[in-house]
Design a protein around this ligand. Structure first.
Ligand SMILES: Nc1ncnc2c1ncn2[C@@H]1O[C@H](COP(=O)(O)OP(=O)(O)OP(=O)(O)O)[C@@H](O)[C@H]1O
Length: 685
């Protein structure tokens, strides 16, 4: 690995994409990389081990500077090259269960996009809505599902897990936990993403620094908010998302529309931050919708897309020259270059005969044929004149390829933190995020009201009403089958986008997330039935024996865990709450009917249904615990009848209790295993 000083000098890059017969002769852009004073700082948190002693000493002597350690130079520059990138999607009719007989058609979303971005450069992707900017950005981040053709290299090598860990990706929609505060959000990200050699306090300090650096101090203790309740503003949310990525000091930072919906000052501030990050030696790529000319001036390079095809790829400052060399002049004297580019990408070519006639220019919006031919002409001009230049630049600077990827953080090491550390942080974060939902008054009210109502309905019901008592036990098994099942269904579909985002950046293992999620749900899942049973059991007049009560409670808790497992599995397999709840209600209805309470003479060809019903096993165990085999009950005759002869109990058959326990245990493990496998299969690799 190169010493830091040497690396920084190497960051002075030259992006030379000329000359060509059409383009200006001096087609050379030099971007000198340096840490900008506004966001420069002393040491890089991730470079602690690679810093020389002198640097550490210097940092200690400069406390004021070291506070912004996180935003200083990247010591692991990445040169990103992409050539002839193409991507198609198949347009199959989704959402129906019946396959369409029509042949599948495909749509080309990207077609032959080429470019180079070096450390220290800020590249903007411009183009009309739907032109493929997000798709290209996602492809460059190595997160696009399906096959991407063409070549994308990072320091000359293909995408790898070390690149993944050194890449920051900020998606268009901010995926954040709504109930956490800004400080909590960034602190948890720091605890999960920063390497284990930093202490917990140091990680928290880094989160604080990011808050200061991104101007989030005012809202540091405000909750992020979501669709159901208001939190911080859209601009602040965006900055929190950027902050989460900046924490790891990524070598490559990709952002999808970081300024959309923001006022021009905030947008300017964000782009200035990005430019500062780039100048610190990072490679920064952003898509942007309609940048003002002030913003445009901050870009080093641009790629302009029109319907997935590039019409320009090169230095931002040369864009007008290029299009003028093709004979396209902006219609107005002081036109924002970005507006001009977007018009061109839409096929709106200024008419040189009546340049100032704005009305005439916009009247041509309706002329689709003209627009299409203008786009085609721009695409073929790009292929003829600019494409060979970009390709030769990719091949000419072959020394970029020799920067060893092994110097990147985390190469060889798969995770930055241990399994246990991940589990602890995820558990705490999950409890904090979901405490409002789990311990909500509404949920407690729901359970309490049902328990009191059923206690009153079965008030002191003794064995002389054995049918009613058995009914109460069946109700326990069904209610504590339905309730946890429907709660668990939401778990994974609700967290899907967060899981994809965090797993895509290699933040934690799936197993640590999975166990943390299960452990986090456990207290509430176990406390609720305990309260319920304590109320209903004694009100309902079941056997007044502490041992029987405890055994009844254990069986119900076991049933809760099994039904929760089924809910988790359905949610993980379908990843769609609507589909999963539909399937769950059908399943529970089958379990209800086949449980052995309502129908005792099920035809043999369908009697097997009860064997897959956990409610059936639970019901059997509850009855078995309540009534020992030799117990009698008041059946209205001269002498007590044996409970074993009561038809509903006789049908159940109370032998082989351990088989029932074994069946429930298999379901407990099986459903959870199924949920884990389904989750893993749906994960980005
Ligand atoms: N998986 C997919 N299935 C169907 N169409 C897709 C898929 N992915 C992308 N597309 C289509 O490809 C085109 C490019 O999409 P993309 O999101 O990259 O555009 P964009 O330039 O980022 O748009 P915007 O600026 O509106 O976000 C769009 O027309 C989109 O509908």
């Amino acid at each position: 690995m190169m010493p830091p000083e040497q690396e920084n000098t190497n960051l002075s890059t030259t992006a030379n994409i000329g000359p060509s017969n059409i383009m200006p002769t001096n087609w050379t852009e030099t971007v000198t990389v340096h840490a900008e004073p506004s966001i420069s700082s002393s040491i890089n948190i991730n470079s602690r081990s690679s810093c020389s002693q002198d640097q550490v000493l210097q940092a200690q002597q400069e406390p004021a500077l070291s506070r912004f350690a996180i935003l200083r130079a990247s010591l692991r520059p990445v040169t990103l090259k992409f050539a002839d990138v193409a991507y198609s999607v198949s347009l199959s009719s989704k959402g129906t269960w019946f396959a369409s007989s029509e042949p599948k058609s495909t749509r080309t979303v990207l077609n032959g996009v080429t470019g180079v971005v070096r450390p220290g450069e800020l590249l903007a992707m411009l183009g009309p809505s739907g032109s493929g900017k997000t798709t290209l950005l996602t492809a460059l981040a190595g997160r696009l599902p399906g096959k991407v053709s063409g070549t994308i290299t990072y320091n000359g090598q293909p995408f790898s897990s070390s690149i993944k860990r050194n890449t920051g990706f900020v998606s268009q929609d901010d995926v954040l936990y709504p109930h956490l505060t800004v400080l909590e959000t960034l602190t948890y990200a720091a605890l999960l993403r920063l390497p284990k050699k930093l202490t917990r306090e140091e990680k928290i300090e880094q989160a604080e620094l990011i808050i200061m650096e991104l101007g989030l101090t005012r809202c540091r203790n405000s909750v992020v908010g979501g669709p159901m309740f208001r939190g911080i503003s859209g601009g602040e949310r965006k900055r929190v998302s950027i902050g989460q990525e900046m924490l790891v000091n990524p070598s490559l930072l990709l952002l999808d529309e970081p300024t959309s919906g923001l006022d021009s000052t905030t947008a300017q501030r964000i782009v200035a931050t990005l430019r500062g990050l780039a100048r610190g030696g990072r490679t920064v790529i952003t898509t942007i919708h309609q940048p003002s000319s002030r913003l445009y001036r901050m870009f080093d390079k641009v790629v302009v897309l029109s319907e997935g095809c590039p019409i320009y790829s090169g230095p931002a400052g040369r864009v007008m020259e290029y299009f003028e060399s093709l004979g396209y002049h902006p219609g107005f004297n002081f036109m924002n270059p970005a507006d001009f580019l977007l018009d061109l990408a839409n096929g709106l070519v200024p008419d040189t005969r009546s340049q100032d006639d704005q009305l005439d220019f916009h009247a041509r919006l309706d002329h689709h044929d003209d627009q299409n031919s203008a786009k085609q002409s721009l695409i073929s001009s790009y292929k003829k004149t600019l494409y060979p230049v970009v390709i030769s630049e990719i091949h000419r600077n072959a020394q970029d390829s020799v920067l060893p990827l092994s110097s990147l953080r985390g190469s060889g090491v798969q995770w930055t933190t241990s399994w246990w550390q991940q589990f602890k942080v995820l558990l705490r974060r999950g409890l904090q995020e979901r405490k409002h939902e789990s311990y909500s008054g509404l949920r407690i009210f729901q359970v309490m009201s049902v328990s009191i109502l059923s206690g009153l309905l079965w008030w002191h019901c003794d064995t002389s009403h054995i049918q009613d008592q058995v009914g109460l036990l069946f109700f326990f098994s069904i209610f504590w089958g339905f309730f946890p099942l429907f709660n668990a269904i939401f778990a994974f579909p609700q967290e899907r986008s967060m899981l994809i985002k965090e797993r895509s950046s290699g933040m934690y293992r799936l197993s640590s997330y999975y166990f943390a999620r299960m452990a986090g749900d456990l207290p509430m899942e176990l406390v609720m039935p305990t309260i319920f049973l304590t109320v209903t059991y004694w009100m309902g007049g079941l056997k007044p024996s502490l041992i029987t009560f405890v055994l009844t409670l254990l069986i119900i808790l076991f049933n809760v865990l099994v039904s929760q497992g089924l809910g988790l599995a359905l949610g993980a397999i379908l990843m769609d709450v609507k589909q999963a709840t539909t399937l769950a209600s059908v399943t529970m209805l089958v379990f209800l009917l086949a449980g052995g309470y309502y129908i005792q003479h099920i035809p043999p060809f369908i009697a097997w249904l009860k064997y897959i019903s956990f409610s059936h096993y639970c019901y059997k165990l509850l009855v078995g615990v309540q009534y020992p085999a030799n117990e009698g009950y008041d059946c209205g005759l001269q002498m007590p009848c044996r409970v074993m002869d009561f038809p509903a109990i006789k049908y159940l058959g109370l032998n082989n209790k351990w088989w029932d326990v074994a069946a429930l245990t298999i379901m407990l493990v099986g459903y959870r295993l199924l949920a884990y496998v389904a989750l893993r299969m749906g994960q980005p690799h």
